[in-house]
Design a protein around this ligand. Structure first.
Ligand code: 6R9
Length: 635
């Protein structure tokens, strides 16, 4: 029996039990047999959730790029590592072999070094889905620099906040990006962001759209000439197991975004191991995850997990609707994709187009279908299963988070019988617990509560950059000795988990986590706005969309509401990005508040859901009269 690659349900239960009985011995065996270490660990695990402090493979030395690239060169040098599919279907795809990747990562790493970047320095990467993005991530890891990838759909304000929070000295970007038929002026966004980032001394710019951009002398340089002159050899920096590998920002329910810090050895072991099992990846398979590398899904399951297994991983620059809604299926057919991993919001958008564009393509290469980012509703699950998988390809509904680094609850295809809308069973080594409102663990099956994890796993984020107190407060304070996920879940009669959604003020729009507080802050910047509250409401494509309740300052003048709506969304776009725009904005005379002045979002949520049958007792509110007014004018 190989613990690394699980093939039967019985084996799953056996390995699962083993991983719980003696986690150290279990992970030690996986780490020992499947990775390249410069020095083995002195201790597999030490942990204390009350501090919180978690260390895996302490004392070990390694470089993750030697595991993702170098060690494959003898057996897979000419195998495609990254298969780049450009935005325009008429442009040729690019097959980057492991040999090519080795040379390109090393050259890039040498460029970073020549620009003064050293181990431990933070480098902000603001690039579209082009090969330079994956290569620069690996180049940072090669020299021990900490990458902080910011999704290239974020605004200049969001970018500068992230650059400053982790004190990045360098930004990697491109002249612009393609997005379907549009181009986006990325460099312009960077220029604007850097007006408030005095510590950034270098910007390296990849040429993608060949637009005429402004290059600031002394700060900005074109990337290609530097790469052309760089050597293909770059010794990998030897890293300690717990050295930070990257920072990735995620929205919180309050305050500024949290820079989640992932470290090297545990993250590598867990993402590689989950990738192998959750996608049942075999040597000649072509695997495609449609996420952007700007999100954790892209970090773990486009770059590190697949490459650590010597896989071929597809990287797609474009969007599902360009040149038409058949693009995903066109790519599956063209590259004979075997594993396809996407988000429910994409499935719903494609399902809306009917099946005509699906039937045009040969999807018979597909073996496994994945879903991630938000709960997958039953209708979308069936559409995916019937039309894409033709009822032959199991759907792995994978639940996990930026903070968890890797997949936590998921079926193993051809092993775990699937059930629509259920993420099913905990992955090997994962010990979930459901908690009730009094902080007691709900034992047994057929229970519903708040989802916690009782024991550390190798890829748990170790801290929030620069704010360990907030890390403790957010994840380890709600329940003693447990990591709290922020999600609710139920466990059915056979022990399968169904994730029911966030229990905090995070709303998942098209698979993107959005905290309500920063959006409210942006709305409140409008000079006419007195106060605002944002909630989610069901949306047939996005899953949830944003509903804003806004009260205006009483200035006596009358205002054009449609113009105000546009202006408010413009401010949101500038502060956060277009993904955070409000679908509905209702102007109200007030917001319902408790006597201590807290906005009662629960009531506002129900009204936005048009579910006003059971609003609960509103008489204790400070201003119960506004509730009726809001209900009368609901959009
Ligand atoms: C990987 C990723 C995390 C939040 C998470 C949960 C939701 C993700 C899910 C899911 C139900 C799934 N979520 N996968 N909910 N079923 N299969 O998405 O990370 O962007 O940090 O989001 O997404 O609410 O807490 P991240």
């Amino acid at each position: 029996m190989s613990n690394y690659h699980i093939k039967h349900l019985e084996e799953y239960y056996q390995v699962y039990r083993k991983s719980l009985r003696n986690p150290e011995a279990f992970w030690e065996e996986i780490a020992e047999e499947h990775f390249l270490w410069r020095k083995k660990w002195d201790r597999v695990l030490s942990w204390d959730f009350s501090k919180p402090e978690i260390k895996w493979f302490e004392g070990a030395q390694l470089n993750i790029t030697e595991n993702c690239i170098d060690r494959h060169l003898t057996t897979r040098g000419e195998k495609t590592a990254i298969l780049f599919e450009p935005n325009d279907p008429n442009d040729p795809a690019e097959h980057i072999t492991y040999n090519d990747l080795y040379a390109r990562v090393n050259k890039f790493a040498n460029v970073l070094k020549a620009q003064g970047i050293k181990k431990g320095d933070r480098v902000c990467i603001y690039l579209p889905m082009i090969p330079e993005l994956a290569i620069s991530v690996l180049a940072c890891a090669r020299i021990g620099a900490i990458h902080s990838v910011v999704f290239a759909g974020f605004s200049s304000t969001a970018l500068s906040t992230r650059i400053n929070d982790s004190d990045c000295k360098m930004v990697l970007t491109s002249d612009g990006s393609y997005r379907g038929s549009k181009t986006i002026d990325l460099k312009g966004i960077v220029d604007e962001a850097l007006e408030s980032c005095p510590d950034v001394h270098t910007v390296l710019v990849a040429k993608r759209i060949h637009s005429d951009i402004n290059m600031k002398s002394g700060r900005d340089q074109w990337l290609q000439p530097l790469l052309d002159n760089a050597s293909v050899d770059c010794e990998a920096e030897i890293m300690q197991a717990e050295d930070p590998l990257f920072i990735l920002y995620t929205s919180g329910s309050t305050g500024k975004p949290k820079g989640m810090v992932h470290t090297t050895a545990g993250y590598m072991v867990y993402t590689a191991y989950t990738f192998k099992n959750v996608f049942q990846y075999k040597e000649d398979d072509v695997y495609w995850c449609t996420a952007d590398i700007g999100w954790i899904t892209g970090h773990s399951y486009i770059v590190y997990g697949p490459l650590a297994n010597g896989a071929t991983t597809v990287m797609f620059e474009g969007v599902p609707s360009y040149p038409d809604f058949g693009r995903f299926w066109d790519i599956v057919q063209k590259h004979k994709v075997n594993q396809f991993y996407t988000a429910p919001t994409a499935i719903r958008a494609l399902a809306k187009q009917g099946t005509e564009l699906v039937e045009k393509y040969d999807l018979s290469s597909l073996k496994v279908l994945g879903s991630v980012g938000e709960p997958i509703n039953e209708e979308a699950w069936h559409w995916y299963n019937d039309n894409i998988g033709k009822k032959q390809s199991p759907i792995v509904d994978t639940w996990w988070q930026t903070e968890t680094g890797g997949i936590m609850v998921s079926p193993i295809p051809f092993v775990t019988p699937t059930k629509p809308t259920y993420a099913t069973l905990p992955f090997i080594g994962i010990q979930p617990a459901l908690m009730d409102e009094n902080g007691q663990e709900l034992k047994g099956n057929q229970v519903e509560g708040r989802l916690c994890i009782k024991f550390p796993w190798p890829s748990i984020a170790r801290t929030i950059w620069g704010n360990h107190e907030r890390y403790k407060e957010t994840y380890f304070s709600a329940y003693e000795n447990k990591y709290f996920t922020g999600d609710g879940a139920l466990r059915d009669e056979v022990g399968y988990y169904r994730i029911t959604g966030r229990v905090d003020d995070v709303i998942i729009v098209s698979g993107h986590n959005l905290g309500t507080a920063p959006i409210e802050d942006a709305v409140n910047e409008h000079p006419a706005v007195a106060e605002s509250a944002i909630v989610g409401f069901p949306h047939d494509v996005k899953g949830s969309a944003l509903y804003g309740y806004v009260t205006l300052k009483d200035t006596g003048e009358s205002r054009n509401h449609d113009n105000l709506r546009k202006e408010i969304n413009q401010i949101i776009t500038e502060h956060i990005g277009p993904i955070a725009k409000l679908d509905k904005i209702q102007f109200t005379s007030g917001l319902p508040k408790t006597r201590s002045g807290k906005i009662m979002r629960r009531i506002l949520r129900k009204i936005a859901h048009k579910d006003t049958s059971n609003l609960g007792d509103t008489s204790t509110l400070l201003n119960p009269e506004v509730v009726q007014d809001i209900m009368d004018n609901v959009l």
